[in-house]
Write a protein of this length. Structure first.
Lengths: 176, 170
């Protein structure tokens, strides 16, 4: 485990959920259906994960300094409503769980002006040792920040869209 | 709609569907030196086009303003890294379907080394073009979806299907 990081960490934002990330739907993210393609929701959410990771001290300098990286192991997206090119996005991020090497995050994407929920994303992110490209415990200052965030996030209500298993649920469909 | 105003390709009932090939493009690589999480989904979405061509609901379907297909939900497992220029083979298994929806799973393999790189479980819905609302599959598509589903019915359920995300505590 890295005992320290050779750069100054940003001021920790402990608001729960985290609500700092903003973005815009780029023209090249729009597909032949005239809306943001499903893949670029994942890209947009990945940038929201990046904002969470920067808050705990793992930004570009972590990778450029050849200290470590963070890899996504698994992701689950619900597509709730369409987003068009140029639409402004606002994200919120809740820390659902953490352990020595991983975090389980839950993001919501909103249309920043119209306010509607566009999509949700649950994701598992793992810390990676740069040299071996294998999993490794969080650097000590990061683990410390994750504990502070955990205290701030742990009592938030569990999101209704977290923990979904995909399926057609015939009974419900038949009742409709 | 009994038949579309464009030709349908010959139906491929091999199970799983094993037609889609691709290569990892330079612009799909991120600062970690491997294919970025979002571009796995770009690659998988092109495999969805290959699947939809089987039942006539791909580009011609939308170009002629008949309908579209929207993804409602997606789940990706990232199993092993792929790098720039790597050849990909993507197979597709239908898991379930109803009057409007299709539930299926893609598996992405490194085409020459053979290892599993990622999986993608998806729920796809048919959309009426003018209203942009859900609608039953057109007759020509449903007929083919049923044949494909029957061909895939005997396959074992993929281990990654129906996964719940979480950190499993010891």
């Amino acid at each position: 485990m890295l005992e320290s990081l050779p750069y100054e960490l940003p001021e920790l934002v402990t608001r729960a959920p985290l609500d700092t990330h903003r973005s815009t739907v780029l023209p090249e993210w729009v597909d032949w259906n005239g809306h943001m393609n499903l893949a670029f929701y994942v890209t947009a959410f990945d940038q929201a994960s990046g904002a969470f990771m920067r808050n705990v001290g793992l930004g570009r300098r972590y990778v450029d300094g050849k200290l470590g990286m963070t890899f996504v192991l698994e992701t689950h997206v619900t597509y709730d409503r369409e987003m068009r090119g140029g639409a402004p996005m606002r994200f919120t991020t809740q820390l659902l769980e953490r352990d020595a090497k991983k975090v389980h995050l839950y993001h919501e994407m909103f249309h920043a002006e119209q306010g509607y929920l566009a999509a949700t994303n649950e994701v598992i992110v793992m810390n990676i040792d740069y040299a071996s490209r294998r999993s490794a415990p969080w650097p000590a200052p990061v683990a410390e920040r994750l504990e502070v965030l955990w205290q701030a996030h742990k009592d938030l209500p569990r999101p209704a869209k977290a923990g979904r298993v995909m399926g057609l649920r015939r009974k419900q469909a038949d009742a409709d | 709609m009994k038949s579309p105003p464009y030709p349908l390709i010959e139906l491929d009932l091999s199970a799983p569907l094993d037609r889609h090939r691709a290569t990892v493009l330079p612009e799909w690589i991120d600062w970690n030196g491997h294919m970025n999480v979002g571009f796995y989904v770009v690659a998988f979405d092109k495999a969805t086009d290959t699947l939809c061509e089987q039942f006539g609901c791909s580009w011609d379907y939308t170009r002629l303003e008949i309908g579209m297909t929207f993804v409602l939900e997606a789940h990706v497992t990232y199993e092993q890294e792929v790098k720039q220029g790597d050849p990909l083979r993507i197979t597709t298994q239908i898991l379930d379907h109803d009057a409007k929806r299709l539930h299926y799973m893609h598996a992405m393999y490194h085409a020459t080394e053979g290892y599993l790189a990622a999986t993608n479980e998806l729920m796809l819905m048919n959309i009426d073009y003018p209203s942009r609302r859900s609608a039953p599959w057109p007759g020509f598509a449903m007929e083919r979806i049923e044949k494909l589903a029957a061909a895939h019915a005997g396959l074992p359920r993929p281990q990654q299907a129906g996964r719940l995300i979480g950190i499993r505590r010891k």
